[in-house]
Design a protein. Structure first.
Length: 253
């Protein structure tokens, strides 16, 4: 089964919604520190569209791109329910194209950890650089190798709600710095439950390596934080938030 094909319908209900709700005000604080040159926003790997819809309600012109048709179905319904317009697009992030270019691009909730090789990760960075206006801002977060080794090594997490049960079983490969998570979902449908099983794999990258890839594609690093704070990341930081900018334009100074 393609990832998120079975998970999409219960993704929000399983507790994953909380990350996006926490990220929305954090992004507003970040934009106060790192202004954008305009009001067009690319939400890459937009998932069920929580952040994209919130941005549209705040007056941004939003492009929401995701590789999963099932996740985009949820996103479209969410935007319609709150009466906002988002330009939805099913695209692999390694091939993403937008026209006209955007002033801000985001890729959130460790979506970039799904790029399992340096080549793929750098390809995404290159596509984002091409999708930004001069002076445009790129904001993303990634799980650190420390987080994968600490929280996702031979661990099992269970989430139960009235709508569903989700079981996450993880295994960390220390040599490759990579975690594989088996996701088993049970969604209630009447008196029965529909079962779906998916395998998700995330790659950890040293921060120095991420910085090199960003710089090599022509993006200037402006900030790096312990996610949801404005403190520098420590050796035991589970998630790092990055802010980088495409040179040129008035916002770049």
């Amino acid at each position: 089964m393609t990832i998120y094909e079975g998970y999409a319908a219960i993704y929000d209900a399983s507790g994953q919604l909380s990350f996006s709700l926490r990220m929305i005000p954090y992004l507003e604080e970040l934009l106060a520190l790192y202004p954008a040159p305009g009001r067009r926003w690319l939400e890459l790997a937009c998932g069920t569209g929580t952040v994209a819809a919130a941005l549209a309600r705040r007056g941004w012109e939003v492009v929401g791109a995701d590789g999963s048709a099932a996740m985009l179905t949820q996103a479209k319904a969410k935007a319609e329910a709150v009466g906002v317009t988002v330009q939805w697009s099913q695209q692999d992030m390694r091939q993403v194209k937008v026209a006209p270019p955007c002033d801000v691009a985001t890729c959130l909730y460790d979506s970039l950890n799904y790029m399992l090789t340096s080549e793929d990760l750098q390809t995404v960075f290159r596509r984002v650089q091409a999708a930004l206006e001069p002076g445009g801002l790129f904001v993303f977060d990634m799980n650190t190798p420390w987080a994968l080794a600490t929280y996702w090594d031979d661990s099992t997490y269970v989430t139960e709600t009235p709508e569903c049960t989700v079981i996450l079983e993880s295994d960390f490969d220390a040599y490759r710095q990579r975690t594989t998570v088996r996701v088993t979902c049970f969604q209630q449908e009447g008196e029965l439950y529909r079962k779906a099983v998916e395998q998700h794999t995330e790659q950890g990258y040293p921060r120095e390596h991420i910085a090199t890839l960003l710089t090599d594609v022509g993006l200037q690093i402006e900030g790096m934080y312990h996610c949801f704070t404005f403190q520098p990341p420590t050796a035991a930081c589970p998630r790092i938030l990055w802010a980088a900018r495409k040179p040129g334009g008035s916002a770049a100074g």
